[in-house]
Every structure is written in structure tokens, then in C-alpha cells.
Design a protein around this ligand. Sequence first.
Ligand SMILES: Nc1ncnc2c1ncn2[C@@H]1O[C@H](COP(=O)(O)OP(=O)(O)OP(=O)(O)O)[C@@H](O)[C@H]1O
Ligand SMILES: [Mg+2]
Length: 533
Amino acid sequence: MFSIYAIELENIWKVFPGNVQANCDITLRIGEGEVHGLLGENGAGKTTLMNVLYGLLSRTSGTVKIRGKEVNFKSPQDAIRLGIGMVHQHFKLIPIMTVTENVVLGAEPLYANLTANLKYWRPSINPALPTNFRSAEKKILRIAEENGLQIDPYAKIQDLSVGLQQRVELIKILYRDADILILDEPTAVLTPQEVDELFETLETFRKEGKTIILITHKLREPMTICDRITVLRRGELVGTVKRVDTSREQLAEMMVGRPVVFRVAKTPAKPTDTVLSVENLHVQDDRGLPAVRDISFEVKRGEILGLAGVHGNGQDELVEAIWGLRKVHHGEIYIEGERVTKYRPRKMRATGVGYIPQDRQKQGLILDFTTKENLILGGQHEPPFATGPRGFLLNALDITNYSNILVKDFDIRLRDIDEPISTLSGGNQQKVVAARAIGPNPKLLLASHPTRGLDVGATEYIHNVLIRMRDQGVAIFLISADLDEIRNVSDRIAVIFKGELVAIRTPEETDERELGLLMAGEQRAIPSEELTQ
Ligand SMILES: Nc1ncnc2c1ncn2[C@@H]1O[C@H](COP(=O)(O)OP(=O)(O)OP(=O)(O)O)[C@@H](O)[C@H]1O
Ligand SMILES: [Mg+2]
């Protein structure tokens, strides 16, 4: 079908220590200029296979050919030399450095030894610096212009939204002249608008004849852009299909091995007493600017309130303030009438609040700790885990039992709960974060992007858990960039724009179009004093 294959993977095996067979005899050929989707459940072996191709992991056996020539990469540097670039599932940028610094880092030998000094560089202030840095900047701006990846080359990574950080990752590989691009779940962290922008960029790449491998859990995406799609399950190849011959339902079934329902079954909510009450809340962002402006709302027992909004409109600051991670500037927060405005996370936990943070690697997990330790993180001071007069001793047996139950309930795929959590696949790490928040049976659950990076089966599971918790009388505040999720799961939907609540709707009263307009600030539905009624 293709005259030249850009990539040929033949009979690839990757076995991790402990006989974890992440890739079993996988053969996959990708044509020059093809956009190829790679799908599979959490832990199916997608990232591993791509890391093998990229030279980050050595394979146990098998052959890799690039444009017909067999290769044995010792490191990603070898892959980069042949024009292969990868955007990783978890970004690899240095937060305190600027965009330009991150892009040139490692790409230009001259800069490699200057790494230590890079953070003090400001080409505009210090014209004595090598002129190459200026040309690097020019090249970045040119790449940005040509590919619709607008960016400020002076901005520090830590000040950029995840969507913009991803642009930097893309620019970084284009800067190295890659024409084979591996994108590992690039859309998991993006808002619907950012996804559209990314797909426009990918179309540009396609026109330029670049070869793209796209890993994603959102089945709609390969159905819009890929030529062919390959599905892996538990390390094995299930099959490769042409997009024109397949459907979302078939792909889901190939992934999970059973039919998947895309709609969540639920009965109408029966909300009762108020659990969370937020009154005239004002919160500032990291730069001290207003991020949440005069927000008031309530979440009752037995209901799920969804918060929709374009990333960066104050939803992160709002949920962090409720959880006690961020200072409340003005206003009050109550839980069942108890004033908790100044409580820190540990006290919130003790009050019966569970929190699923949005960034699992930065806020959610300690990667060097074991899965078991991560599963009880935050609860290690309290019974039943802590024993002894001052709660110093940990009750090992209880912890092990408890962890095993969560691993089973949430279908966390791992070899051993006593191994570092970093050996789990991205989606399985996310399941740990969700299990930890839900495990202690909170009365209020703050769920921030709870299914980010989860496969269709696991997403379905989490949605069902949320609805079951609701039916048992838990109050749930769900923050998500995924409008389908918000509409399917929530009983009421609040929309945030520029730090203000602009509307509250039931899913029946509204549709995607109206929510989109509200999220874009093009419509203001209700005056704020009516929102709490
Ligand atoms: N460094 C490692 N050591 C041991 N096992 C590992 C290591 N990295 C990955 N694994 C295991 O290999 C298997 C495949 O993991 P991989 O990260 O490739 O999955 P994935 O398909 O990318 O999943 P996800 O969608 O969740 O990102 C999993 O069982 C995982 O636990
Ligand atoms: Mg992965």
C-alpha cells in the first residue's frame, strides 16, 4: 500500500524486569507521510513501544527499520539525527527556563555546556552573547509562524498553560528538523479549543509530508485525522485498520475486548442538604492578580455539579482555594455549615473531603514512592493507618489490605504494590490518584479532570463510580475540560469565564453550542445573584 515505509517495527518484544511483558511480538509498518493512530487501554504498551522506537528504551528482541534501513539506536540522540521527534506523555521541559532556552537545550552543542548559565541569559539585555542565540530565536519565531504555533520566546515555561507548554515541545522537535513525529497523548491535557488548534497544526504537518504517530484515548480524534489506526491490548497487537473502514464503536471494542457504552446510565439526582457552600469567593493567581471573582454556589448531598470553562479562567484557582492549597482573598467556604475557609488540605481531608488533583505528577503523586504508599498518601497520620500514641507507627497489614482492595476495585494494572509508582503506565497512575481520593468515602469530592489520560473502559468506570457515590449521598464538584464528560455526568453545569460564574444550567436545558458560547464569554445568562438559588 505504501511505496516507502518510514517506520517498520518487526516482532518487537519488550520485557521489563519481573517478566512484565509490555510489548509481545509487535509488527507495525507506517508509511511515509502517513498519520497513524496508536490506541490501547492504559498499560497496553503504547508508550513503551514508542520509547523503544525513539531509542529511550532498549528492546528485548526484534528489528527496527527507518526508511528501509535497520537501526539500533543507543539513545534518543540517534533517533533525532534520523529526523525522529517525540512529545512525551509527561512533558520534559525545565520550568524556570524560557521557551528559547528549552528549545535550544541539547539541540546545539554550543549551549549544552552553558546550561548552568542559561537562566541568567537575556539576549536583549546582554548583546555580547553568541549571536547564535539570536538566530535560534529567529528560527523559533519562523517555525511558530509557519505552523500556527504562536509563542513568546522569552516567556518562562512555568508561566505558560499546559497547552502552550505543549507548543514548546512541538517547536522543540521541529527545531531539530524532525519529519517523523511521535505524539504521546498530546490532547489529554488540552481544552477542546486547544485540540482544534493542534489538529490544524497536524494538518499542516501532513501537507508537508511529515509522518505522524498519534497516541490518544479519545476515539473521535483518530476518526478525524488518521489514515490508519493500530490497537494494542495487554502488550499484544490486536490489529491495524483503515480509518475509512472503522468506527468509534469498533475501535473501542478492539481496545477493551467488549462493547463499550458511551453514555452513562443514571437516574435523576435527588439532592438534599447542602454540603459545600461557597460565598462571594475571591482568589488570586500566582502573580497576585484576581483569578476568581465573587463566586457563590452550593453543592448538595446527592448531586454532581460540573464546572465547565476554558482552561485558565479561574477553575484551578477556585478548586485549589476550596481544598486549602491556595489562600482565599475574600469570601467564605462552608462544609455542612462549618466554616472551613482557612483550613489546609490535611484538615479538609479530616473534615471528609476528597480531592483528585489535575496534574497527577506535580500534585498527585510522589514518583519515588511505591504504589501502596501513594494510595494512602495524606492519610498516613490518621487511623486506621497510623497507630501508637502519637500516630507514629503505620499499620502495615491494614495498609496492604486496603491497597489491595483499591487496586482490585479500580483495576489498577501493576505487578507489585511495593514497587515505585513510576513503573505504572500514565493511566494507571491516574487511577491511583482517583482511588486515593475516593477510597476513604468522603462526603464531598472535588474531582479535577478525574479521567484525564484514562482509556474508555477506565473512564466509564470512574463515571459510574461518581454516579454511584452521588446516589449514596456524596456531594461532587467536577471540574473538567471535556464537555462530553461534563454533560454526561453532571446534574447541574456551572460555566466559568474570566473568574466569574456566568451561568448554571441542567444538561437538558443546554447543548454543546450554548456551553461553548458561554465558555467563550459571548453570552451571559443569569445575573450572579440568581446563581445560588
Ligand atoms: N520502567 C518500567 N518498569 C517496569 N514496568 C514498566 C516500566 N514502564 C512501563 N512498565 C509496564 O509496562 C506496561 C506498559 O506500559 P506503558 O506505559 O507502555 O502503557 P501505555 O499503553 O502507554 O498506557 P497509558 O495509556 O496508561 O499511558 C505496563 O504494565 C507498565 O506497568
Ligand atoms: Mg502511555
